[in-house]
Design a protein around this ligand. Structure first.
Ligand code: BJW
Ligand code: ZN
Length: 246
């Protein structure tokens, strides 16, 4: 059940900004990091998601990313992703989507104005000469890919202690500040600076809505938290919004 105020605020809104996290892809079959079924209940982030861990054991880290890359290539976006494509059609250039996900599913679903805060698993780069590689096929026997220059190649993702891509985070902060309505979908709110975006939106006057299976560390930043699956709640919101707009 969607509270009436959500649709009222969306009808008035000119600018709608969205933050997504691993939860929006869970219904496509991508495991989340934390919470029920989270990969970090078994694997430790500090052993995989930082540069020192990569340099210590690049083979292990590449195995992890290759495993996830294979998983992602076999799956499809879900109704949550597609509903955000519908919202972009409604709000046009007033819509933007900041995602912490590296799985490319928003782009594959058809979202256009997407800011990838933590990189993209389909890109890699050489840590020596910064040459970029797209959709790199890794030689299973080598396990760790090297550039022509001899440098080691790493996934183009953002690990702990690393800066987020400047343009992406700046545009996401600007979108949060300018938004009339801010959605936070399927993120636990553990990881900054992304987790700070809903608070920025709220302090700048946006109506803020969280969609998650459960309350999170940042639930207090929201006017409303809807508990449930994003793949159920988002299509319902889009349906009600379309009905009211006609
Ligand atoms: C559903 C659902 C369904 C399930 N429907 N919902 C301020 C305070 C404290 C610390 C810091 C701070 N500022 C910076 C830091 C340090 C650090 C940080 O935040 N640490 C905290 C853990 C304490 N941040 C950084 O280091 C960042 N860089 C930075 O700040 O640079 C400046 C700097 C430089 C030098 C030194 C210090 C700072 C970089 C962060 C990079 C995060 N990288 C990762 C890995 C990316 C690559 C990869 O994917 O392999 O990004 S970590 C991992 O967590 C990944 C995710 O994008 C990120 C967030 O996770 P997310 O998306 O929220 O997923 P989950 O699993 O946590 O939650 C899923 C949610 O979905 C759950 O709530 C479920 O309930 C829900 N759910 N199914 C709806 N169907
Ligand atoms: Zn190189």
């Amino acid at each position: 059940m969607i509270p009436e105020i959500v649709i009222e605020k969306l009808l008035k809104a000119k600018r709608v900004a969205v933050l997504t996290g691993a939860g929006i892809s869970a219904e496509s079959g991508v495991p989340t990091f934390r919470g029920e079924g989270g990969i970090w209940n078994k694997l430790k982030p500090e052993e995989l998601a930082n540069f020192d861990a990569f340099m210590r054991n690049p083979k292990l880290v590449w195995e992890w990313y290759n495993m996830r890359k294979n998983l992602i290539s076999d799956i499809k976006p879900n109704q949550g992703h597609y509903s955000l494509v519908e919202l972009e059609k409604i709000y046009g250039s007033g819509f933007s989507l900041a995602t912490q996900n590296i799985d490319n599913l928003h782009i594959r679903a058809g979202s256009k104005n997407v800011f990838e805060l933590h990189g993209n698993i389909e890109r890699s780069y050489c840590i020596n000469c910064r040459k970029y590689y797209h959709d790199m096929v890794i030689d299973e026997n080598k396990a760790v890919p090297y550039c022509q220059c001899g440098g080691i190649i790493r996934p183009d993702v953002v690990w702990f202690g690393e800066n987020l891509p400047e343009e992406e985070i700046n545009l996401s902060v600007e979108a949060a500040k300018q938004s009339d309505f801010y959605f936070s979908i399927g993120t636990s709110g553990n990881v900054y600076p992304a987790a700070g975006l809903p608070g920025i939106a709220k302090r700048n006057g946006a109506f803020t809505l969280e969609i998650n299976l459960e309350r999170t560390l940042i639930s207090d930043e929201f006017d409303i938290t809807l508990t449930g699956k994003s793949g159920d709640i988002l299509p319902e919101i889009v349906k009600l919004l379309r009905e009211e707009r006609t």
